[in-house]
Design a protein around this ligand. Structure first.
Ligand code: ATP
Ligand code: MG
Length: 393
């Protein structure tokens, strides 16, 4: 029989709260695997054990999915063997065939949490190492930097043998650190920002501002497909789509073009504030990075923040575009993000926005028009759509 063992990452540090973190991780794992079949998911000794309950479960797919569950540092697919050294050797040699045939050097590491097992860890290492060397004579033992580490764990319920520790997403279980609302555009950055904050244990929902007919239906579909992709890491995402056209037109017609961008961003935040208050999000998240564009100078960020009623988390703030793109590729949002559809941010944008806006001037300019009724209208006409984890499986 085979099981998957998921090793905790940072949860292990959580002291008193530990067991609620672990329960949350187990729940997240169950939900993630539910579309694949029946599993028994239980935790013992800093490890979550995932045991398939039906024959036809594809463990490769399960491993793949588990590698995207935040809170898991590494995943191991293991054989569960009887706790007898000769049985372990007899069954272990063929079990490790594929891996060991393709390796040059190896070592055996033994961990014995069941102290009633008659051999000590060094003895286990010696016996199993010797038997594997005999069975695969091309293998060279290298205790310092081996290609493959064969791990044998003698635990209460059996001996677990594996040869590969697959690094997983790390971070903390989604939902362990509260809820936040992501300002999601169709660009490269904001999906990466969602990934990074979900990694820190936030449950993330998304708000998107749309300006039809200046922005097309396809632009919206692109953002929705980003949401769907993000569920792989973030779990369920509630998506708020705010009609922003009237506000942008009013802004164009009533305020100086120099301030268009900064006021527009303030208005986005004022609308986002409303959803935070109503739905209890503890923070906003954006994909901004200092200096990337005119609205992301320190002065502009300061003027924008003044309109936010909640902390604005900017996980990309110190990252280069190249680093952001690397993550976007890894989480598979990049190809969608670069589809060439317009965003409302590029509608009516002046050629030379102020890079050093002064807050008093911005507020004065903003007062040229009473946006409150339009904000009210936009909030009440917002469409909600839920993207469910695993919805596309
Ligand atoms: P991105 O790649 O995320 O679009 P960007 O580099 O294009 O970012 P901006 O267009 O200035 O930068 O947007 C900065 C941030 O503002 C975005 O990361 C996103 O969080 C938010 N944002 C921009 N446009 C929208 C929109 N239409 N709806 C919701 N949020 C938006
Ligand atoms: Mg953008």
């Amino acid at each position: 029989m085979e099981v998957i063992m998921a090793k905790y990452g940072e949860i292990a540090l959580k002291g008193l709260n530990r067991s609620s973190f672990e329960d949350l991780l187990v729940r997240n794992i169950k939900r993630r695997l539910a579309p694949l079949g029946d599993f028994d998911v239980s935790r013992r000794q800093s490890t979550v054990f995932i045991k398939p309950l039906s024959e036809n479960v594809d463990l490769d797919i399960a491993v793949n999915k588990l590698c995207k569950v935040f809170g898991i540092a590494a995943v191991q697919r293991s054989a569960v063997l009887p706790k007898k050294m000769d049985e372990i050797i007899k069954l272990g040699i063929p079990y490790l065939k594929n891996t060991l045939e393709n390796a040059g050097t190896f070592k055996v590491e033994a961990k014995r949490s069941d102290k009633s097992f008659p051999l000590t860890s060094p003895q286990i290492q010696q016996e199993l190492g010797g038997a594997l060397s005999d069975a695969y004579p091309h293998l060279i033992t290298d205790v310092h930097n081996p290609d493959i580490t064969v791990l044998l764990e003698i635990r209460d319920k059996g001996a677990y043998l594996n040869a590969e520790k697959i690094p997983a997403a790390g971070g903390m279980p989604v939902g362990s650190n509260g809820n936040a609302l992501l300002l999601l555009s169709g660009g490269i950055d904001s999906p990466v920002a969602a990934f990074m904050m979900a990694k820190r244990g936030l449950r993330v929902d998304a708000i998107h501002f749309q300006s039809p007919p200046y922005t097309s239906e396809r632009a919206l579909m692109k953002v929705e497909s980003l949401c769907e992709k993000l569920t792989d890491y973030c779990g369920d995402i509630r998506f708020y789509c705010v009609p922003f056209t009237e506000i942008q037109e009013a802004l164009r017609d009533n305020c100086s073009g120099d301030y268009f961008t900064v006021i527009m961003r303030r208005l986005m935040l004022k609308i986002a504030n409303r959803f935070c208050a109503a739905k209890h999000y503890g923070a906003l998240i954006t994909g901004e990075s200092v200096g990337q564009v005119a609205s992301q100078t320190l002065a502009a960020i300061g003027c924008t923040d003044e309109a936010a009623g909640y902390p604005v988390l900017r996980p990309l703030v110190g990252m280069d575009k190249k680093e952001i793109v690397e993550i976007a590729r890894k989480i598979e949002t990049f190809e969608t993000s670069i589809l060439p559809y317009e965003d409302c941010c590029t509608v009516f944008t002046p050629k030379h926005p102020k890079t050093k806006p002064i807050l008093e001037d911005v507020i004065k300019e903003e007062k040229n028009f009473d946006f409150a009724p339009l904000i009210e209208k936009a909030v009440s006409n917002t469409r909600i759509k839920d993207f469910k984890l695993g919805g596309k499986n």
